[in-house]
Design a protein around this ligand. Structure first.
Ligand SMILES: [Zn+2]
Length: 203
């Protein structure tokens, strides 16, 4: 790997995570960041699922994954277009693996958990990532106990969003799923897999 993750982390920290003096907004890496309690985000998503009802469970999950997918595509697309990326990460990028490694280095500074491993297959255009301490898991276990289904919707959307940015021309050329979740299986690791979306009838 050619990206120095510690250097990215140090640079990220040196920017300071506080509102800018004039605007009050926290613009970093070309996007607006905010700091919000995990409980708030997870509760919001669970509330949405419960209000939609059990008959619409799969639909509700897909809506949350899709929202994260769009968000990841926009946010990380913005990050890759930023001055910080150009100065700190772009010069070290020689391959698509390096570009993904840069995205992982930045993502691991955001407080969402830690991507500890990833496997990018360029020829088959698949991506597998392992996330340690996904922010959903402890909250879910504390509040509801063991989950029956994977619940890390944001990370699922991010995995697909990465691939759209690396290999696609636009959002939704890839899809992802959480294939193993710590909220279901115990432990600290969740696993995600993305692949190109098969379109029926070439539509
Ligand atoms: Zn999970």
């Amino acid at each position: 790997m050619s990206i120095d993750h510690n250097a990215v982390r140090e640079a990220f920290q040196s920017m300071g995570l506080y509102g800018d003096p004039e605007s009050g907004l926290m613009r970093r890496f070309g996007v607006l960041l905010n700091i919000a309690p995990v409980d708030y985000w997870v509760a919001l998503e669970l509330d949405f699922i419960h209000k939609m009802g059990t008959a619409a469970l799969r639909l509700s999950e897909n809506v949350l994954i899709d929202a994260a997918h769009w968000c990841a595509y926009g946010t990380f697309g913005g990050i890759m277009a930023s001055a910080e990326w150009a100065a700190m990460i772009a010069p070290q990028i020689k391959t698509v693996h390096d570009k993904l490694d840069g995205l992982v280095a930045v993502t691991n500074c955001l407080g969402w958990g830690h991507i500890s491993h990833y496997q990018l297959d360029e020829s088959n255009q698949t991506l597998e990532i392992t996330v340690e301490h996904s922010y959903y898991v402890d909250y879910w276990l504390d509040k509801y106990g063991k989950a029956e289904r994977p619940i890390c919707y944001m990370w699922t959307g991010v995995t697909a969003g990465y691939m759209d940015l690396l290999f696609g021309g636009k959002v939704h050329e890839f899809t992802a799923e959480e294939v193993a979740c710590a909220a279901v299986d115990g432990g600290t690791r969740c696993h995600f897999r993305a692949e190109r979306l098969e379109k029926k009838f070439a539509l």
